[in-house]
Each structure stands twice: as C-alpha cells, then as structure tokens.
Design a protein around this ligand. Structure first.
Ligand code: WTA
Length: 645
C-alpha cells in the first residue's frame, strides 16, 4: 500500500524519550545477537533479585520447556512495593477513580505496602500457602491490586476472573485451577448500576466443594447472603493482623498467576505465567513503550480481569514505581466525555485504551472531547484488536491534538507483555500498524504450509524464539500448550493471528486466523458460544462466527438449527440470548441469531465456517468453492433468510 500515511517521530517525543531510533536499532541488534547478555543486563537494571540466576534462558519449542533466569530468587511484590519505600514511600502508587465521578482515592506506596502485608497475613491465617491457587473476582477497586500483590507476596498463585463473567464461568475456572479461597466484593458498580458479585459467587460455589473461604470486600451498602464460617469481611480481617509480612523468596520460575483465555476449541485455558521473566518484561515494556518518566501519571483503562490489567495496570507500572490510575467505571457514564474528564481531573500524561472504546466515543462527536483540555496528555496507547486507520486518525488528531504519539501495541494473554509496538521517541507511525518488534522479539510470517515468507508478505504470525514473559504452560495440561501453540508450525510459537509485513518491515495485524472471536477487544471461542446455545433443549445444532461490527470490531453471529418440531419465535430468540449470557456472561451476547434449517457441511459432516463467515459479512457474491458441500441448497436458503439487522 503506497498511499499509507507516515507520521514522523514528533520532535518533543524524541527529545524526551528514553529511547530514540538509533538506540532502538542498537539495542534490538544486541537483543538478537546475544540475547542472554542483553537480558542479563536488563534483569539487573529493572529487577531486585535476592539471588542471581544460574542460566538466563533455557527453552525448547518442541517440548514446550520455557525457563528464564533459572536459579534466581526474587519476590514480585517486593519489587512492586518494598524496594520503593525508601525513595518513594509517600508517593502515590494508585489513583483510584470510582464509577461515581465524585468518588476517588489516592494510595501511596507505603499505604499500599501495609495493605498488602495485612491482606497477605489474612490469607496466611486462612491457610493459604505458597503454590496454592486463589481466585479473585473483584470489581476495579484498589483491593484487587492488594489481593494480587498479597498472593504474590506469599507465593500463592492468583487466578483473576473478570467480574463480568457469569457464575457458571466462574465455577469452571475455580474448579480447573483448584482454588480454595475466593476474594470478591458484595457488589461492583459500573455505569451507575450494581453488579451482584457475591451472589454470583454463591451460585458458583454450589458446585465448588473445595472452597473453604470467601473474603468479601464491602464496596456498597448492600448486605449479601452470609454463611458464617465460610464468608468473612475483608475490612474486619485486615484490622486484626500485622502490617508486616515478609516477602517469600520465590524461584524465578515459580508461578505468579493463572489467567483463563479462550481458544478455538474447548473450554478456556489457564494460561500460566511465572515470576522473574514476567516482571522483568512487563516493567521494561511499560517504561520504554509508554516512555514512563518519574512523576508521570499513567492510566490504562483495562479491567484487571484481563491480561492488560495484570501487566499494565498492576505489575509493570508498580515495578517501575509509577503512578497508576485505576478506573472503576465505563467510558460513557455519566456521559461520553468521562475519559477526558478523568484525564483533566488527575492530569493524566499517558493514556492506554482499546479501539472499541475509541470507536464508540468517536461516534458521539468531537464536542465531548473538545470541551476538555487534555493538555496533560503526552502519549496515547491502543490494545486489544486491530485499530482501523479512521479511529487511529481521530485518536491522534482529536484526542491527542497531533501532539501525542500513538503506541499501537500488539500482544496476547499468552505473551504476558507487548511484543510488537512503536516506541514513542523512535518509531515513525503508520495508522493501523503495530509497527516493529520489541527487544528480543523475532516475529516471522509463514504460509499455511509453514514456509517462512521473507520481505513483503502476508500470512500467519509466529514468533521464532522465546522471550522472558512467555506463558509457560496451560495449567494442568502441558500437552494442550504444545498442541495449541507449538505444533502448528514446529519450532515456532504460533500466535493464532494473521499479519502482513510491508516494505519497511512494519507489521500489520490482520486479526485471528482461528475460531477465536474478538468482540470489543474481548476474546471468545466460537465453540464456547455454540456449547452454550446447544444446551437449550429446542436447539439441535449451532454454528457461531464473527462478522464486522462498527463499534465492537467483531459481532457475534449465530446460526441455530432447531429440533424438528420446533417453530422459531422471538421468545425463543430471547431465551437463547439469555442462556448464553448466563452460561458465559454479557460479553458473549449474540448480536444476531439466524434460524438455519440446515448448516453447510462437507460430506464428512464438517461445518464449513468459511461460508458462514461470508454470509454473516454479507459477502455473498464471493462464496468460493461450494461444490464439496453435502447439500449446496442449504447455502441458498441461508442467503435468502439472512438477517439484515
Ligand atoms: C488481538 C490482549 C491487532 C490479537 C492484550 C491477539 C491485537 C488478541 C492487538 C489477544 C493490536 C491485541 N492489534 N490485534 N494492537 N492487540 N490484539 O489475549 O488478535 O485478550 O491475538 O490479549 O487480541 O487478546 P488477549
């Protein structure tokens, strides 16, 4: 594409930045020619180790062994808290902005340290030990950060479950990871409405006999159902214990957390991340990609229930002693100017959000942006899905007034941290491109046969060598890790994404090439939605695909075949939508349900999703070869009855 606009590095950004283009080139070359030396230097730079490693890296993309800094000892919470106390104990660590614009709170590093120590002591008193798994099902309140860091402090492995997931999803995650303790709140608040978190936990726990303790943060005045002995109030327990709790010495490869994410098949996988490599990589990427300088106010709008919240609200920023803003609410409450009002209120310098939010706010008009100052903003970030050039331009010119570089950061739950991204003072920008690899990252593009394509090319995105924050395994199922990520293109980590590389070596992520949906930046497996739909007794079969959606990026399009004697109806459509919501959560709500008397299948019975995707996208003039279908007439019927919603 020769007509792509290029935005040169802004002079102010270059002058201030930790890394300019020359430094990027030199550091990148070093990271590739001598990775062990490069990462050892960075590890000494960014992290406080109780003991140094025996070996920097030891990994093998055939057996799925991934080890970084083996033999080293550290504690992640120590790196996020204790080591900052002498120099910045009284500096703000977390600015919390409530759902209600009148409610906010600031917590210093010393206060956070004390809260974490207290809560770690509570966990210990309830019998939580190193290696135990702890489920966190909290709204976006500071206690979520406290709970994560308290687990890290005593070596417990947290599994944060997004507060928007249903009791059913929560139950699956608790059982898979074998948690014994759940940390929740009586209620969450989002956009002025309450979210019944404790009630959801109660429902989930009817089938989780292993849970002996539920620690409940009192966030609203609501009095939840209470089971004495099992349910305990957070505020009562932390008041009883000491503000001192030594940080457990952990091995670099000891697990830090499990985070469930959707794949193309089966139930969500527990992605396991470990300690040393993860905290090094998140700290380093946070500093260089957002060009974080001491005193900057940094705001990532993600939820801690997703990896972005883990790496770039909590771990990376706190390891760097940053001021990190945590926002409980939504971008449109009380009105669609909220983001920019919060930017002004707290003088935010670095702002990191998702394309779906940008598109939604763009649709509300410029006046809501322009009525705010935003003068404090210096850097803008994007994550979660490809950002379309139109949204990029709006973000750059309207929100950033052409003063702020945009870092379009490509990464995944599995990668732990950002892998492909511009650096604000180093990289000329092209709207819609995640640009170049971060230090130590070697992407490649392969065709479906696995042949590596050189130069300008489009195909499947793989990463050819390990980096410190790579996922180590699928919790409890190492074979699934190998099968999912390492088998498709042997010797490489397969991302599941497609990408194009242009003549300047820039990467353009084209989206998932597997059966994973990306709805408003949230990952969902088509198989998960289908499994929920077929639970209904009137449904014989269901096939779910994504289709282009103006705001969400992708919408959910479900083809549903009913049992022989059942008539479709509006009531049934609603029942099915509610079923998916209660099985997975509101994020999985189908946008369109099309009644399908039959689905296009091959003679061996395989559903041809390629055709269903085309019909959903209304690309019916170009269906490709349908001659291998068992009954080509099915396709005509689906086209005729296609929903035009
Ligand atoms: C997509 C979120 C294009 C991609 C951090 C990836 C992106 C999936 C970008 C991971 C980006 C994320 N440009 N696509 N800048 N960032 N993606 O695990 O398809 O929730 O595979 O991690 O989001 O989603 P996940």
């Amino acid at each position: 594409m020769s007509d792509v606009k290029v935005y040169d590095v802004l002079p102010d950004a270059a002058a201030k930045a930790h890394i300019n283009d020359k430094q990027y080139q030199a550091m990148y070359a070093h990271s590739i020619s001598d990775p062990s030396d490069f990462w050892a230097q960075q590890a000494r730079n960014f992290i406080t180790w109780f003991k140094e490693w025996d070996k920097v890296q030891d990994w093998d993309y055939y057996t799925g062994k991934t080890r970084w800094f083996e033999g080293a000892k550290l504690n992640v919470s120590y790196n996020c808290l204790d080591r900052h106390l002498a120099s910045r104990g009284d500096q703000v660590a977390i600015i919390w902005e409530g759902d209600d614009p009148k409610v906010d709170k600031k917590i210093t590093y010393r206060q956070l340290y004390e809260q974490v120590c207290r809560f770690a002591n509570v966990l210990k008193e309830r019998g939580v030990k190193k290696g135990d798994r702890v489920c966190i099902y909290l709204p976006m309140i500071p206690e979520a950060a406290v709970a994560m860091l308290a687990c890290a402090r005593i070596g417990a492995v947290h599994s944060v479950v997004f507060g928007g997931f249903s009791p059913e999803s929560l139950k699956d995650r608790i059982l898979d990871s074998g948690c014994q303790v759940v940390i929740t709140a009586n209620e969450g608040l989002r956009g002025g409405r309450s979210v019944p978190l404790k009630a959801n936990v109660d429902k989930a726990l009817t089938s989780c006999p292993g849970i002996h303790t539920v620690i409940v943060v009192k966030h609203t005045q609501h009095q939840p159902t209470w089971q004495t002995g099992k349910d305990i109030w957070y505020h009562e327990e932390v008041a009883k214990v000491s503000t001192e709790c030594p940080a457990e010495e952990m091995d670099a490869e000891d697990p830090l957390f499990i985070l469930y994410t959707s794949g193309s098949t089966g139930k969500p996988k527990g992605v396991l991340h470990t300690s040393g490599g993860y905290i090094l990589y998140t700290a380093m990427t946070h500093k260089y990609i957002f060009d974080y300088h001491d005193g900057d106010i940094y705001w990532c709008t993600a939820d801690v229930g997703w990896v972005t919240g883990h790496s770039y609200i909590i771990y990376g920023p706190l390891a760097n002693g940053a001021v990190t803003l945590m926002f409980e609410g939504v971008p449109t409450y009380p009105d669609a100017s909220r983001f920019w009002q919060v930017v002004d209120k707290h003088q935010v310098n670095i702002f990191y959000t998702a394309p779906t939010a940008i598109r939604a706010l763009m649709g509300k008009g410029n006046a809501l942006v322009e009525q705010t100052s935003r003068k404090s903003l210096r850097i803008l970030g994007s994550v979660g899905e490809p950002i379309n050039p139109e949204a990029w331009e709006w973000y750059y010119h309207v929100v950033g007034e052409g003063r702020c570089p945009i870092v379009d950061t490509w990464w995944q739950t599995e990668t732990g941290g950002i892998l492909i991204t511009p650096l604000p003072g180093a990289t000329p920008l092209k709207p819609g491109s995640a640009t170049r690899p971060f230090f130590g990252v070697v992407p490649a593009i392969v065709n479906n046969e696995g042949e590596v394509l050189e130069g300008e090319a489009e195909g499947n995105l793989v990463i050819t060598r390990s980096w410190p924050s790579q996922m180590r395994t699928v919790f409890g199922d190492h074979q699934r890790f190998i099968d999912t990520y390492l088998k498709t293109y042997p010797g490489n980590y397969f991302t599941g994404d497609g990408a194009r590389r242009d003549k300047d070596g820039y990467y353009w992520i084209t989206g998932r090439v597997d059966d994973v949906l990306n709805v408003s930046g949230h990952r969902l497996g088509t198989a998960e939605v289908e499994s929920a739909l077929v639970l209904h007794e009137k449904v014989a079969e269901a096939a779910v695909v994504g289709y282009p959606h103006d705001i969400k990026g992708q919408g959910i399009y479900a083809y549903v075949t009913l049992m022989a004697d059942v008539q479709p109806s509006e009531a049934l459509r609603k029942e099915l939508i509610n079923l998916v919501r209660s099985e997975i959560g509101a994020i999985a709500t189908p946008d369109i349900i099309q009644w399908a008397p039959g689905l296009p299948k091959t003679r061996s019975g395989k559903i041809m999703r390629r055709i269903l995707r085309k019909i959903a996208a209304n690309e019916i003039s170009n269906l490709g070869d349908i001659s291998t279908l068992a009954d080509p007439g099915v396709v005509d019927n689906l086209i005729e009855t296609r929903s035009n919603k």
